[in-house]
Design a binder for this molecule. Structure first.
Ligand SMILES: [Zn+2]
Length: 132
């Protein structure tokens, strides 16, 4: 089974199986769960979300797709147009994965925050406490 890439502007209401729909304009991708359960999987694209690349053999989506909220609990990676099944996670692994994601996101935004703004805030705070 191979996953085919389809560029779209808007996500179609009905998705075809084995197609990864990508809207670069709205920075989102969607596909039907690879297990065949028919659930729509939406994956936002961005530096702290999923990243999508396309190669000669097909699209890749990273990190893995985990349908933890769905009955099938599928976990797989789409790489070079192929579905690679990954281990099922236990509930605690899911929680840990989420925490890690959250930490990575916080770090990313902390790095991007302009230092001058922090400094300005600090100066402002200091000014508040200075005894005049
Ligand atoms: Zn499924």
């Amino acid at each position: 089974m191979t996953i085919e890439l389809r560029h779209v502007e808007f996500m179609p209401k009905v998705l075809e199986p084995n197609v990864l729909y990508v809207s670069e304009k709205y920075r989102t991708a969607a596909h039907l769960c690879a297990c065949g359960c028919g659930d729509k999987i939406r994956t936002p694209l961005g530096p702290t979300e999923w990243s999508f690349t396309t190669g000669r053999r097909g699209p890749s989506l990273w990190p893995s797709v985990g349908s933890w909220q769905r009955p099938c609990r599928s976990h797989y990676v789409i790489r070079n147009g192929e579905v690679h099944w990954a281990n099922q996670w236990t509930d605690s692994e899911v929680r840990q994965g989420r925490l890690k994601e959250h930490a990575a996101r916080k770090e990313y935004f902390a790095k991007r925050a302009p230092k001058s703004r922090v400094r300005r805030l600090w100066t402002w705070l200091k000014a508040l406490f200075v005894i005049r």
